[in-house]
Write a protein that binds this ligand. Structure first.
Ligand SMILES: [Zn+2]
Length: 446
């Protein structure tokens, strides 16, 4: 990573940002000539040129765009390659992904955050310019990335996942009492990976506290989990009224609640309470998918591997397989009922597979055409990000699209993912130009 940044800095001293967050002047304008433009929405591409001024797209034209001769415009020859919006992952855990569970719970906190910072740079190098963080202490990471201290994607943070005692976000061991019964905060709660709250009043406080810290949406655990030890996958968590408390707190701040849930019981309760997005949902039935379509509730889906982590118990491995196998039927039902879908990877506590993030894009090709996949990971995911309203941290321009006024978050691909989605997998080789917020983060065009 360090070597790569040095290379970039030496090649493009005016536009690259340094690892130390120096005060190098931002680019005034950047012209990318001769590219095949996929705008994130339309299947048909156009061959043309794109002008970026500061951090926004200022002009898109099939005709040559005149260059500012003062030397303030950097011109890049795109050589006919495929320009698309930067990728969006709608379900990540930016801090939890950098460590194993044991490293997070038993290791030095500082080490976990440094690993997360290093991994944030890797996420950007995989072409992801925006991510929604669905649980974990990501506020500080977001702030340091936004300030240019370290490279990384834009982050829509949820902050700690809010969980009931015994729920998916309860990381305590079997002998630890909950705080409300005289116990101490668990390490996961101390570092804001999770926030355990039981009862309407406590859920209200938890949601309000998380919003105060800068959450762009509230993440609540409403049902059993794969990776959590004590909650079987079939259980539902939180009463309807507890969930509604979080929904009210979020609505007062102009944003929404999304829940971790797999089963019809958990999801129907969440929908009744006013939840607008379901994370996972791989065990849902037809009636629930139909209801989600009717109510306009989002499904944030993942194409998981069926094998579990090395540290999983046999029971956890079985849960993972059941969930992974459920995706096929659920995605087909979601398409049948016109459910709004977003896509994410949800990899955490397994740093060895972080580098596979882009393989999950190709896996979506099992259910979607390459065009549908590209739209899903750009403009569709951006529509879900927009659900945060005024709590969205980045509201200056549109995201997930190439259009005038949109953020200049761009990816130049060597190959045509509209004809072969597998081009997205080898990001190191095929992503030859990555631009975030108008700044070049990678350029290997040759
Ligand atoms: Zn997750």
């Amino acid at each position: 990573m360090k070597n790569f940044l040095c290379l970039v800095l030496s090649l493009f001293p005016l536009w690259a940002f340094s690892q130390a967050g120096s005060d190098i002047a931002p680019v005034k304008s950047l012209l990318i000539n001769n590219v095949q433009i996929f705008n994130g929405k339309d299947e048909k591409t156009i061959t043309g040129n794109v002008l970026v001024v500061n951090n926004l797209i200022s002009k898109i034209s099939t005709a040559p765009i005149p260059v500012n001769r003062s030397g303030e415009t950097i011109v890049i020859d795109g050589k006919g390659k495929f320009l698309m919006p930067g990728l969006i992952d709608a379900h990540m855990h930016m801090v939890l992904a950098g460590s194993t569970l044991s490293q997070m719970q038993n290791g030095e906190v500082g080490a976990a955050f440094i690993r997360a910072g290093e991994e944030a740079g890797n996420v950007l190098q995989r072409g992801f310019t925006s991510v929604r963080d669905l649980g974990g202490p990501s506020f500080g990471l977001k702030q340091t990335i936004d300030a240019g201290v370290i490279p990384g994607p834009r982050i829509w943070p949820s902050g700690p996942m809010i969980s009931q005692t015994s729920g998916h976000g309860d990381f305590r061991n079997i002998n630890q009492r909950p705080v409300s019964l005289g116990g101490c905060l668990d390490h996961s709660e101390q570092i804001d990976a999770a926030l355990i709250a039981d009862g309407r009043d406590a859920v209200l406080v938890a949601a309000r506290e998380t919003l105060k810290r800068g959450a762009s949406q509230i993440k609540l655990c409403a049902g059993g989990g794969v990776s959590s030890v004590f909650d079987p996958i079939d259980v539902s968590q939180y009463s309807e009224d507890e969930i509604r408390a979080a929904v009210e707190a979020a609505a007062d701040w102009g944003t929404y609640v999304t829940v971790h849930a797999f089963t019809p019981r958990a999801v129907n309760k969440a929908i009744a309470a006013g939840v607008q997005c379901i994370e996972h949902g791989q065990l849902l039935d037809e009636a629930t998918m139909k209801l989600m379509g009717e109510k306009g509730v989002w499904l944030s889906i993942q194409a998981l591997d069926s094998e579990g982590r090395e540290d999983f118990t046999a029971e956890q491995k079985q849960k993972k397989a059941d969930v992974a196998n459920g995706a096929d039927a659920v995605i087909k039902l979601a398409k049948k009922y016109g459910v709004k879908m977003a896509w994410g990877t949800d990899v955490f506590f397994n740093p060895a597979i972080n580098k596979n993030q882009n393989t999950y894009i190709a896996k979506m090709g099992n259910w979607f055409t390459p065009y549908e996949v590209l739209k899903l990971i750009t403009s569709d995911n951006a529509r879900l990000l927009a659900l945060s309203g005024n709590r969205s941290p980045y509201r200056e321009g549109a995201l997930g699209v190439i259009e005038v006024g949109a953020y200049a978050d761009l990816l130049l691909v060597d190959g045509n993912p509209l004809s072969d989605i597998n081009v997205m997998v080898d990001y190191d080789k095929n992503f030859v130009l990555i631009i975030k917020d108008g700044k070049v983060c990678k350029n290997t065009i040759r």
